[in-house]
Design a protein around this ligand. Structure first.
Ligand code: ZN
Length: 511
């Protein structure tokens, strides 16, 4: 991924670093005694970085109920019931994710149906976009939610015609239940992250940015102490912790090559699937719905100003075009105040008004996007945003105009699978989707897609010049693929497997 010398034949590493690259067989004599690995012509790339994860949630998801792809109430209840009996503990929460409200063949399930399969233990299931939670009656009781409960700011407790909660909690309302789920012990959390680390290496991921809970940082630090950490972490700071972060003098970029303090995470809106992304024009099916604006402009501006003044960068969740527009405006206003190596970022950036693209160009703002979201979201975008969907996931436009894109998966919302993300950015539809590419004019080149998961993601986490390329002076995080994705046909990229992963100059996965 070094534009000056895009292809080399031989790479020499020493310790964690790449020390030499060049033509095959031309390494200086002093390196001749190094152990050689013949890749037999296979493609070696910089290892992938995932610029947007919820890694602890991903680790949890490896052990909870996956409802992805379930389209009927009957099947959902069968899966939940089966899992509840397999895990025959008598207490504790039952959790899951992947409920897809937009593809149900029948109506939505309610807590009463959930109660039939999980009558006593509290149960909570995230929707696919993680912006709503379906819970059973036991969970509602634990959280003290009833007929009289008032909707929290920025959220909604869904109610039936009689005024009783249905079990669906939207946006901030889900925290009423979610925050009651006991956290795993520190040791248990480390064990979970270790399992997730293996999964990361299997798909060629050596570094992640984490937007989730602080527990991720604790667990990564614990593993580092024990010498078991083999995935690099850039950790966001929740806005509610901004004062504490300032109080202890935390700054973006503090850390080492394994763990780094990232930016302050600020939410401006919701998501497309639950029609809560904040848009300039109303949603197609509901002329009075513009989504949800989760933060007033003055508060947002003040938060960004305060963070930047104390050496903290920000990453702003913005999905709808109105949220994206506002994020660009405010971040540009404070542009010169952010730390030099920690640029401000907009997370998701799914819909962008053409007029706002020009404002994004020539700024330092990173477009932190998740290509694989479009594989599912194309249908919602067409349905909810109509013609405006042509402004969604505009990879090609942003790339051509020089906007720095950092790619990620938003795992566990989408799979941790950079090659799937690369396929999605290039092909703009699933391999088997007969409709073909969605807005094919926005298809990205292979180079551009790989760049987003390597160089771009490294820049977004303040690692310009040390990660994301195979060049001397860069960290020896590399991945070997079973085929050359620059020459195979686009649909084959989805089938591509990782053969080996190297992290910090050592084997992490493969033979
Ligand atoms: Zn996210």
């Amino acid at each position: 991924m070094d534009a000056d010398e895009p292809v080399v034949g031989e790479v020499v590493t020493a310790g964690p670093w790449i020390v030499w690259t060049g033509r095959r067989g031309s390494a200086p004599v002093e390196y001749r005694r190094a152990r050689a690995i013949d890749l037999k012509g296979r493609l070696l790339l910089p290892a992938f970085s995932d610029a947007h994860t919820h890694f602890m949630q991903f680790a949890h998801s490896l052990r909870s109920i996956d409802l992805d792809g379930v389209t009927t109430i009957k099947e959902a209840l069968r899966r939940i019931g089966q899992h509840a009996t397999v895990r025959n503990g008598r207490s504790g929460w039952i959790t899951g994710q992947g409920l897809d409200l937009n593809s149900w063949k029948d109506r939505r399930p309610t807590r009463h149906e959930l109660d039939r399969v999980v009558p006593k233990r509290p149960a909570a299931f995230f929707t696919h976009d993680q912006h709503a939670l379906l819970v059973n009656s036991a969970a509602l009781r634990l959280a003290g939610i009833g007929r009289e409960s008032i909707d929290p700011a920025g959220g909604r407790i869904e109610r039936d015609a009689g005024g009783d909660p249905t079990g669906f909690l939207f946006e901030t309302a889900y925290r009423l239940v979610w925050d009651r789920i006991p956290q795993p012990s520190p040791l248990e959390a480390e064990r979970l992250i270790l399992e997730a680390q293996v999964k990361a290496h299997e798909v060629g991921v050596a570094a992640i940015a984490d937007m989730g809970e602080p527990g991720t940082l604790r667990a990564f630090a614990g593993l580092q102490e024990k010498g078991k950490l083999k995935v690099r972490l850039w950790k966001s700071v929740a806005l509610k912790d901004l004062d504490s972060a300032i109080a202890v003098g935390l700054r973006s970029g503090v850390g080492d090559r394994w763990i780094k303090i990232g930016a302050v995470k600020i939410f401006l809106d919701g998501a497309l699937g639950s029609q809560t992304a904040w848009t300039y024009k109303p949603y197609a099916g509901n002329r009075s719905n513009y989504g949800i604006c989760r933060m007033e402009r003055a508060d947002f501006d003040a938060a960004v100003r305060r963070a930047a003044a104390h050496g903290l960068s920000v990453c702003v969740h913005a999905i709808g075009d109105a949220a994206v527009g506002q994020a660009i405006e405010v971040l540009r206003k404070h542009e010169s105040r952010f730390p030099r190596c920690q640029p401000p970022r907009i997370e998701h950036l799914q819909l962008i008004d053409p007029r706002d693209v020009s404002k994004l160009v020539r700024s330092r703002i990173i477009a932190s996007m998740q290509p694989s979201h479009l594989l599912t979201d194309r249908d919602y975008a067409d349905r909810h945003w109509g013609q405006r969907a042509s402004n969604a996931f505009r990879f090609r436009t942003l790339w051509d105009r020089g906007v720095i894109m950092a790619f990620g998966s938003d795992v566990p919302i989408e799979r941790l699978a950079p090659l799937e993300g690369i396929g999605a950015a290039i092909y703009r539809c699933r391999a088997r989707d007969r409709r073909g590419a969605w807005y094919p004019g926005q298809r990205l080149s292979v180079w551009g897609a790989v760049w987003g998961f390597t160089v771009g993601a490294a820049i977004a986490s303040g690692d310009t010049g040390t990660r994301g390329k195979i060049a001397p002076g860069y960290l020896a995080d590399m991945v070997v693929l079973d085929r050359n994705i620059f020459t195979v046909k686009p649909t084959d990229i989805f089938q591509t497997q990782v053969a080996m992963t190297f992290v910090d100059g050592e084997y992490a996965y493969g033979v």
